[in-house]
Design a protein. Structure first.
Length: 367
């Protein structure tokens, strides 16, 4: 039996037809110069309205809290050279306060009848979203191994969506089994984390592989290619969720506009699926083979987006580490702590030395 996950408080479900997500992300930021929060909120509402009219089932944003996400280092990611990571994340955080941005935006989505959710980029960002109210969680490709945040999400019992763009097959298997072992409903989106992703990178046979290997997991596709052909091919091979970046123009300033669909393009894609016209797409150029390793195993963004375990506050010698004392922070290549997936092994252990906030957590602090 195919996986089926009801979405609480709605008549919708993952695994029932194709569920379309308009990934607005940070696309409410459209200029290099900073603008008032009220303007960002108005931009976001306009995008939400356009997504609703284009046939999206849900809109997704991205939520940040720089304190437990990004170390204050001058690091520029290859996918967006308009700002260093710390400054860009700080700007996003300040542009979207809980009370004057996220809560009124969620209220607007409720009023016009479209599901609102957001990808938290750290545990503290997830805590913000819990206050706002989301029906399920989304974990971005760079955070799939952030067990600090996964631990928080799992405790809520809500369904979790993960993307596979920065993990290997074995790493993805570990994460899926960890979430399933906690009896949390799961959606896994096959993803190629290239911006934009060239068509030769796609190996859509992986969608069939994942559906066969994890029959209780809803399998979908998070697409960073331009146009709709790859997404339609993904539906043809079995994707039950389609996520595409969404913007009014690919020429606007910001990280993700350039890989986004316009409202007109998104609407056309949805109509092709709903009408069955997607069956006319030739999926063979994108199919590949089922036994291929995920592109994420060697993805160039891993050093920038993977996380290390860091101390979240000053602590004295002999401290037993609790959840609140442990941050998972980027970039792993400079943070020098244990990988974030080591969180379950570190939690509850006693330190043998005093540590300062943002010190790396390594095996040496326990010996």
């Amino acid at each position: 039996m195919a996986a089926h996950i009801p979405i609480l408080g709605t008549s919708k479900a993952f695994g029932e037809g194709v569920f379309f997500i308009a990934e607005i992300g940070k696309n409410f930021i459209q200029t290099e110069g900073e603008q008032p929060v009220a303007e960002y909120l108005e931009n976001a509402k306009k995008l939400v309205k356009a997504a609703k009219e284009a046939g999206a089932d849900a809109v997704k944003f991205q939520t940040h809290e720089v304190e437990d996400e990004q170390l204050n280092l001058n690091i520029v990611s290859p996918h967006f050279k308009g700002a260093d990571r710390y400054s860009w994340i700080t700007r996003n955080m300040l542009a979207s306060p809980v009370d004057t941005f996220w809560k009124p935006l969620k209220k607007y989505c409720d009023e016009i009848g479209i599901l609102f959710f957001s990808t938290p980029m750290s545990r503290k960002a997830a805590i913000k979203l819990k206050e706002v109210g989301v029906p399920f969680w989304k974990v971005g490709s760079g955070d799939v191994q952030d067990y600090v945040m996964l631990d928080f999400m799992i405790q809520t019992g809500k369904p979790v969506i993960i993307s596979s763009g920065m993990v290997s097959l074995s790493e993805l298997d570990e994460v899926i089994n960890y979430i399933r072992s906690n009896r949390v409903p799961l959606v896994a989106l096959y993803c190629i984390s290239q911006y934009p992703a060239p068509k030769e990178y796609f190996n859509l046979a992986t969608i069939e592989y994942l559906a066969e290997k994890y029959p209780d997991v809803v399998i979908g596709f998070s697409d960073h290619s331009l146009g709709d052909e790859v997404a339609l091919a993904a539906v043809k091979v079995g994707a039950k969720v389609i996520e595409k970046h969404f913007s009014f123009s690919r020429d606007l300033w910001g990280a993700d506009h350039k890989v986004s669909m316009t409202p007109e393009e998104f609407k056309e894609m949805v109509e092709k699926v709903r009408s069955g016209k997607y069956q006319n797409v030739d999926e063979k150029p994108y199919y590949g083979r089922k036994d291929k390793e995920l592109e994420g195993a060697e993805n160039k963004f891993r050093p920038y987006f993977n996380k290390s375990l860091m101390v979240g506050k000053d602590i004295p010698t002999g401290t037993v580490l609790t959840r609140e004392m442990i941050f998972a922070m980027r970039p792993k290549m400079y943070a020098k702590g244990l990988p974030a997936q080591e969180f379950p092994r570190v939690l509850g252990r006693k330190t043998t030395k005093a540590l300062k906030k943002f010190d790396p957590i390594t095996d040496s602090v326990f010996s």
